[in-house]
Structure formats: C-alpha cells, structure tokens
Design a protein around this ligand. Structure first.
Ligand SMILES: [Zn+2]
Length: 654
C-alpha cells in the first residue's frame, strides 16, 4: 500500500495540528481497504486553553457520526485528556456510564459524543493515534493459524486476542502495555478486529499504519492469492422481485434489493463452497450491525415464496434465543445481505445509501474471505461474540440517527412524464416520502433532474417502455408504485374540423401508451410491496369542454382502463386509482400569453381564470403530486377503483 502523504499539502497545516489531524485522518479514509463507512478512528493530544483561559491537555478524538473520508475539525471533539485516562484506571465501567463520563469530559457540551475507543486513544502516550480495520490485516488475523502468521509478520507489534471494543478493550491494552517500551513497538494488532499505530507527529502514525498494512499485503502476495473468481451470468428479474418481496415480508416493511452483478460478485456466488465460507461471520465485528452475522443463501432459481428467506428468519430467531440475555428484545429477523447463486450478491435496506454500504462491505468481505481461504482458511469470531457486538447498545446507537422513515421508505416508484409539471411534482412528493423514484420522459431534462434515475423514453415506444421497467427492477429489485402521468393536451379543434393527426396522436399518448405501460408494469407490480397504480385523469373526463374532444375522450378512456385494472388486479393486491386534476398553471406549458388568451376566452382576468372553481383556489402541481403520493400510501390501503378530483370544487363534477 502506497503512502498518500504529500509534504506540500501537509505544509498548509504547519501551525495547525488539528488541521494536520484532519488531513491524515482523511488520507486513511480515502482508502476503502483501510476503513469503510464510519469504521476506524483517529486522535490527537494537544495542549490547549479552555473557555476560561486555563491551559490543559486535550484529546481530540473522532466523534460518533463522522466518517474518516469526509471528516472535518468539528468531527474531532475535545475531551479533557486526564479525565479520559482516569476512566481506564477504573475496574468496571458500564456502557451508559462510559458514554456519560466521556460526554462530561467534553470541553464543549454541544460537541458530538467521542468515539467508543476514546479511552484507548487516551492511554496511548503518543500524540497522534490511528486505528483501521484494514482488509489485509483482518485477513491475516482471521486465519486459523493466526498466531504463527501474526508473530512472523509483526514481531515488533503488540498482538492481542479479541475482546469487546470500548472499555474492555481499553483495559486489555492498559494491562498489556504496563512495563513495555513503547518506542520499540510499532503498533497493536487486534485479532479479528484491526490495527492501531501512533507517532508524535501525524506522518509517523500514518506511515506506520501504511507499513503494517503493506506487510500483510506482502504476506498475502507471497503465500496466497488475492485473485477473486470471476463469472458472468444473466438474472431473472421476476425471481429478483420475489426475493425482495420475501425479505420485505420478514422485515415487516418495504426493502430495496440491490444486486451486485459484477464479475467478481458473480464469481463468488458461483463458488461451490460459497454457502460454507460466506456463513462463518463478518470479517471485522462492527460489520454485524449493517450486515447481520451471515447472509441469506439463495438458489439460482427461487420458488414462488422464496422459502430460504423465511428459513433465514427462523435461523435468526434460534440464534437470538441461544444467545439472549435477560430483557433483550429481538431485532428484526430479515437478512441484510444475500448470496444469490451464480447471479451475484444482494443488499437489502430501506434506502439506496444503506444498500450501498452493505454492497461495499460485501465486496471487501468476499475479498478477505477468498484470500483467507488461499492462505489456509479463515475463521470468524464465535457466534456468541458476534451476538454481543450486534446487540451492544453502543453499536446499535450508530444506526438510530436517521430521520423518521417516510410512508414509502424502501418502496420503488416510476413516474411517466416526470421532467415537468405534475410528473415532476409527483416524483418529488414520492421521494420526500421515502421512495426510490425513477422518472421517465421523452425530454432529455429528465436526466438532469433524476441523474441515473432519469430514463429518456417516449411512452408511445412500447419496447422502450418495457425495457425501462426492466431497468428499474434490475436496479432496485422490484416495482411498487406506477404513476401514469405522461399526457398531451391540445384543444381548439371542434369535431367537424378535428385533424386526424391530432386525434391519433392524443389517443396514442394519453390512452394507448398507458395501456402498453401497464401491460409491461403489471407483472412486476403483482410482486411488489403494497403495490399501487395511479392514473392522472382530468377534470375534462366528468366536465368536458368544446374543442377538446380528443383530449376528453382519451382521459375518459384511461379512466375506464383504470376501472378495469382495479377489477382485474384486486386479487393480486394491486390498487388502482385515478385523480382528476383541473389545469395546473405553474408549469412551463402555460406561458403568460397562453394564459392571457384562455382568460380572454372566458372574459376573465388571468387571476380569476386560474381560480375558476368553487373554492377560488389555484390548483398547483404540488397539490396533485402530494395527493398521488398519499394515495400510494396505506392511508388509502382499502381504496381501489376510486376517482378523486383535485379541482378546487367544480359544480359540473360535483
Ligand atoms: Zn475498531
């Protein structure tokens, strides 16, 4: 592993030690094979003055909630060093007391809580201390022959057996270091966990870390092979949607299922021994809160109900019962990670971010596991030790910070005509309520608004629509909410002068394209979680106007289509509902000129024209979007085949 230290960059922080601390912590954070997603921690000891001007020794240690990759100065809260050191002298210290006393030792009570390893950082006498869970080191310390290997690779390090992180680990190090000459020790190797290094300057601590990790990498290169198996296979999207539904059922809430089909993920999933080597436990214990102890192993072709997921839940219950202590409540029994034979690895979670973390952990885990196998095998911590970590309140606290989940958390939605107007507002409302939303639009602006989740697609191109639906299922694991919004509105042609072209085009976009879209989406929606189809109709359906024949007929057509769909799909649990909005004017489609012309036709001011309804209110795109999102939620769980106006009240509709 190459050192990323750059003297010119470091020179910026000549008189700013905390700045230098941030700089080298970020060098560690930049390497995912050193620390991943909040793993690892760093610290600095420095003399500072407190608020009242008194000089004291402070420990700046990584605060919880910060990631080494992006950490900044406020991510290193300062605690009184002496207080933190004295805590290590205690014979016992409960987790709540440790958390409270470390907070009490903060110089700023508003700062984030210090890392659970703060006491350990305090007792190491060097000024800069670094800690990582480097893949290569963890691979060696998970070897059945770890003692021999570690002694050979790290004769100048203190090697300690696994104990629980936090106070217990601090005590272990405190005892082990008594009487040792620290100048002759390069670092601490914690079996099944990671590595600590230190130095009186930032560079020494950092480069000692790089050196120790490089030694592990060299050992692996000489004695094993880091080459992963690679493979390339197709995926059955219906099986993927079935797996996702089964996991959501056990979790009790909708989950995304993000598949990693990279050649090395498929290669790992194609190993004949994968069910055995992947199910020994995590490579470093703090992964357990993200991944659970083991992944679910799925056959290449799943059955209808995917019994393996249910069985995973049963196994988890057994694991809980075997290891529980008095008063402990079981977490949900759903898997977070999956190995899908020959197909790849799966991450299950409530958000794209959560799944991304699990996918990253899986990638590093399979590297370490397969590399370990070539070095004579790999073994994880015991089930009981992993359980203790999984149910450790200080670990679980790391997960509990998210905002309250929205009604669509973990759900997958598609909106047509998403680049503007009602479609755009609906996509925003669904996303705000927690859904992963993919926008379809023939306008390229959909890419700017949705990034990779924007698909340029003309709804009248049926094969392109079907392909778009498949892309969504492949990306997120299924489909739950389909909003048929794309539409065309042109009026001003009386029937006797109706152009065939406008008629055909209106029917094609507003009606036929909706039928084709539903045809492609329904098979996946039937496998969705609380699935729902939403059709954007129009006030014109119940209250048509002269000169809008093609439009009114097309909206009557989709309304009838929705009623039939509601009848056909109720048995599969798919709800189908329609909203009938009046014109929304807060979109690009309505220019000032067009508004003025329409208002003049009714002999109204523009303002009066916009509010020509019983409640004298303007209908905005966001009103329609929020209603559609609500209708996809379980507030409307018992409603299907309904038509709801969003028109401010219209005497012809009422
Ligand atoms: Zn650690």
């Amino acid at each position: 592993m190459k050192s990323l230290w750059d003297d010119r960059e470091a020179a910026f922080f000549q008189d700013d030690e905390l700045g230098l601390r941030v700089y080298s912590a970020r060098l560690l954070g930049a390497r995912p094979d050193l620390v991943l997603h909040g793993g690892g921690n760093s610290s600095l000891k420095a003399r500072i003055r407190d608020f009242l001007g008194r000089e004291l020794e402070a420990l700046f240690v990584k605060g919880s909630g910060w990631d080494m990759k992006t950490i900044e100065k406020p991510g290193f809260p300062a605690v009184r060093l002496e207080d933190a050191r004295l805590l290590a002298e205690l014979d016992e210290l409960s987790d709540p007391d440790m958390t409270r006393q470390l907070r009490a030792a903060l110089l700023d009570p508003g700062a984030p809580s210090p890392s659970v390893e703060a006491i350990l950082h305090a007792i190491l006498p060097a000024r800069f201390v670094d800690h990582t869970h480097a893949d290569a080191v963890v691979t060696l310390t998970n070897n059945p022959d770890q003692e021999r290997i570690v002694r050979e690779v790290y004769p100048d390090c203190l090697v300690l057996p696994f104990v629980m992180p936090g106070f217990v680990l601090s005590k272990q190090v405190h005892h082990a270091m008594g009487g040792l000459d620290l100048d002759r020790i390069k670092g601490i190797i914690l079996l099944h966990h990671g590595v600590f290094t230190w130095g009186d300057d930032a560079r020494t601590a950092y480069e000692n870390m790089i050196e120790l990790v490089t030694r592990a990498e060299d050992y692996i290169e000489e004695n094993g092979t880091a080459d992963a198996v690679r493979a390339s296979h197709g995926v059955d999207l219906f099986d993927l949607a079935r797996i996702r539904r089964a996991v959501s059922r056990v979790r009790g809430t909708a989950q995304l299922a993000i598949l990693d089909r990279s050649p090395d993920a498929q290669g790992y999933a194609s190993r004949s021994d994968v069910d055995e080597i992947a199910c020994r436990g995590p490579i470093t214990p703090d992964h357990v809160i993200r991944t659970k102890r083991i992944p679910v192993i799925l056959p290449k072709r799943t059955g209808e109900g995917v019994p393996e997921v249910e069985a995973f839940g049963e196994t988890y219950r057994g694991y809980f019962e075997r290891n529980r202590t008095e008063g402990l409540r079981m977490l949900d029994a759903a898997p977070r990670a999956g190995i899908w034979r020959e197909t790849g690895t799966l991450a299950f979670g409530s958000s794209i971010e959560e799944c991304g973390i699990i996918t990253d952990l899986a990638r590093h885990t399979r590297w370490a596991v397969q590399t370990g196998e070539t070095l004579g095998g790999w073994q994880a911590l015991s089930e009981a030790e992993i359980f203790e970590l999984e149910y450790w309140s200080l670990e679980q606290a790391k997960l509990g910070r998210g905002a309250r989940p929205g009604p669509h958390q973990g759900k997958i939605a598609v909106v047509t005509g998403a680049a503007s107007g009602i479609g755009r507002a609906t996509a925003a409302a669904l996303a705000e309520d927690g859904a992963a939303v993919v926008g379809l639009d023939r306008h390229p602006g959909v890419r700017e608004q949705f990034g990779d989740d924007g698909i340029i697609c003309d709804v009248t191109d049926a094969p392109a629509v079907a392909e778009a639906i498949e892309r969504i299922v492949e990306r997120y694991g299924g489909l739950d909410i389909a909003v048929c919004n794309a539409g065309l509105f042109q009026s001003g042609e009386l029937l006797e002068a109706q152009s065939d072209e406008l008629w055909d085009r209106t029917i094609a976009v507003n009606l036929t394209a909706t039928q084709r879209f539903l045809k492609a989406a329904i098979p996946y929606l039937k496998l969705g979680v609380d699935p729902s189809i939403l059709i954007v109709g129009s006030r014109n359906y119940a209250a048509p106007g002269p000169g809008a024949g093609a439009y009114s007929v097309s909206k009557a057509g989709v309304t009838q289509l929705a009623r039939v769909a509601a009848l056909e799909l109720a048995a599969a649990g798919v709800r189908v509902n329609v909203v009938h909005p009046d014109a929304v004017f807060d979109t690009g489609a309505w220019t000032q000129d067009a508004l003025a012309r329409s208002a003049a036709r009714y002999d109204m001011t523009i303002d009066a024209y916009k509010k020509k309804n019983l409640m004298k209110t303007e209908i905005r795109a966001v009103d329609v979007g929020r209603l559609l999102s609500a209708m996809a939620s379980d507030v409307f769980r018992a409603t299907t085949g309904a038509q709801i106006p969003v028109d401010g009240g219209n005497d012809r509709v009422i």
